[in-house]
Design a binder for this molecule. Structure first.
Ligand code: ADP
Ligand code: MG
Length: 565
């Protein structure tokens, strides 16, 4: 028996081991839907058999050996929606999205194979008739789980959603306020590919989102109202048509993205500011053989554009499998779908693919093509990375420094390891010698430290002393520069004739008194002066009397030399 696919791949378990690393493979879960009423009516046989939980056997109709395919999980037609939700490990994806990762769940398979059913449940049986909770798809279950998780997290969570479809190679905003018009897909370094002017709606409660999700995307309801569009209207606006294989066949690829941001979300690294994650659900339109579906006119055009974009997706997946090509160019630009899935396939996202197949022998060629496609996809790896907030971004220099320090640490550790007798295998004598050396170095460092500490305190005390001296000097300079003032105590002036008696100067002592020794009269003029070495000194400075003192100036002034002091 020929066997294809990956031998290991429980998606829940492998994601438990942590998404970041050299490469995380795209997780693939295979779901085989039950035979439909129409297939049973036509008496079609099943060509698929599940053996175990991870292997699918395909029996060729004309006989011959079975072909086996292995996936992360294989779910037969008897599995419930809850079983599928659990087996896919979507809760784990939700946790990762809460931690800031960009996660994608996409369904893939032939038209009518159960992709939309798996993601959103069956179409409602009428307007306003809710889908029974047990039939709710992966999306509703994820929302419910997320709501519960957020409640227990006890942190303010901002939840926003965008919803778009790629119809005939045009991106249309299903939540746009006006009539949906084609939006451009752009690229920049930080965001990668993104849709310009895409409307993002904030939801205050996930319950509201779940309620809206009760309506499936099968009802063509291009209603235009003046009030803002709700998500349900976005869902109902998605293009769908009836053909022989599916009464409500999606005619476009639909991408519903939840943007989760939380103030106190579990940080990626301790101390890191919180960042936002993404959870994207992609419901691909199914590949179809126009001859089998009987599509004509517009339906045929739609089918062609669906097939073309799926072909581009398959081509990218094939190239991503080639390690050499992966380093070079992957033609993500070939279609809008591959542009918008570029990060999920070859970038930093965490991706889960749910491949859906019909068990009928009539669908076998398409089923085999889906199985091969899915087998290849599970060998594609991504490098999941939680986006860093701009605040957390380290400048390149710091990162380099951290790298250098790590390297230094590593070297030191290995040196220490060499000193350890068991780790190094050194003889006891050599170890003792090495330890003595280390001890000696340590002592030297301690002595050096002590010496430096003393030197530092000496320098500090001499600095303080110098400051004190500077203060005293500054005071003295100030005193010296201060001019004599009337109110200040008058300095004594020596009597010129006898050079003995000292006259006090200033207005309070003007005139009247005589020298006690030579009886010379003191002049009646009060000269204000700066202290000088002695009268008559060539450098004696004369200062003019103030205006008040000018009033007491009289005639009969004393000798010229007396004007000096
Ligand atoms: P696709 O999106 O792949 O074109 P759908 O999800 O619309 O296909 O499914 C086609 C039909 O098959 C729908 O009527 C759907 O209700 C039914 N169906 C698909 N999967 C299942 C399943 N697992 N159990 C019951 N009915 C299913
Ligand atoms: Mg569908």
């Amino acid at each position: 028996m020929e066997e294809r696919g990956s031998p290991d791949g429980d998606p829940a378990r492998s994601l438990e081991q942590g998404p970041e690393g050299p490469g995380t493979p795209i997780q693939v879960v295979l779901r085989v839907r039950p035979m439909s009423a129409a297939e049973l009516r036509r008496g079609e046989q099943s060509a698929l058999h599940c053996s175990g939980t991870r292997t699918l056997q395909v029996s060729p109709p004309g006989g011959g050996p079975d072909v086996a395919f292995r996936f992360g999980a294989v779910l037969d037609g008897a599995r419930t929606q809850e079983d599928v939700f659990r087996a896919c490990g979507v809760r784990r994806l939700g946790e990762l999205a809460l931690r800031g990762f960009s996660c994608t769940v996409f369904t893939f398979g032939q038209t009518g194979s159960g992709k939309t059913y798996t993601l959103t449940g069956p179409p409602p049986q009428g307007e306003g008739v809710p889908v029974p909770p047990n039939l709710a798809g992966i999306m509703q279950r994820t929302f419910a789980w997320l709501l519960d998780r957020v409640r227990h997290l006890g942190a303010p969570v901002t939840l926003r959603a965008s919803y778009l479809e790629i119809y005939n190679e045009q991106v249309r905003d299903l939540l746009s306020l006006g009539a949906p018009r084609p939006l451009p897909v752009r690229w920049n370094k930080t965001q990668g590919f993104y849709v310009e002017q895409l409307r993002v709606v904030e939801f205050r409660s996930l319950g509201a989102l779940m309620e809206l999700m009760q309506m499936a995307n099968h009802i063509p309801l291009p209603l235009r109202t003046s009030r803002p569009f709700q998500l349900v209207e976005g869902l109902s606006r998605r293009r769908s048509s009836a053909h022989s294989l599916n009464q409500a066949s999606s005619r476009s690829h639909a991408l519903l993205t939840l943007y989760i941001s939380c103030q106190t979300m579990p940080p990626v690294d301790p101390g890191e500011p919180p960042v936002g994650g993404k959870l994207c659900f992609v419901d691909l339109a199914g590949s179809e053989k126009v001859a089998a579906t009987g599509s004509r006119g517009e339906l045929m055009l739609e089918a062609n554009s669906i097939n073309r974009s799926l072909l581009a997706l398959g081509h990218c997946i094939s190239l991503l499998l080639d390690p050499q090509r992966k380093q070079s160019h992957i033609p993500f630009r070939d279609s809008k779908l591959t542009k918008l899935l570029a990060d999920s396939l070859g970038g930093h996202g965490v991706t889960l693919m749910v491949a859906c197949v019909s068990p009928s022998v009539q669908c076998l060629p398409e089923t085999l093509s889906t199985l091969r496609y899915a087998s290849r996809a599970q060998r594609v790896t991504t490098r999941p990375q939680a986006p860093k907030s701009p605040m957390a971004k380290q400048p390149q220099r710091l990162e380099m420094e951290i790298r250098q320090l790590r390297e230094e640490n590593r070297c030191l550790r290995s040196q220490l390891g060499q000193v350890h007798p068991k780790a190094s295998g050194l003889s006891g004598a050599r170890v003792a010698w090495a330890q003595r050396n280390l001890y000696g170095m340590l002592q030297e460092f301690m002595l050096e430290n002590e010496r430096l500490r003393k030197e530092k305190s000496q320098l500090q005390s001499s600095r303080d002393q110098a400051r004190d001296e500077q203060r005293v000097l500054a005071q003295q300079v100030h005193e010296l520069e201060r001019p004599c003032r009337p109110s200040a105590p008058a300095p004594a002036v020596t009597c010129a004739p006898c050079a003995e008696h000292r006259w006090p100067t200033g207005p309070a002592h003007t005139g009247g008194s005589s020298c006690r020794r030579c009886l010379a009269l003191r002049p009646r003029v009060a000269w204000l002066c700066l202290p000088s070495p002695h009268p008559g000194h060539p450098h004696a400075i004369l200062t003019l009397p103030s205006s008040r003192e000018r009033g007491v100036i009289a005639t009969g002034l004393g000798p010229e030399s007396w004007r000096r002091c």
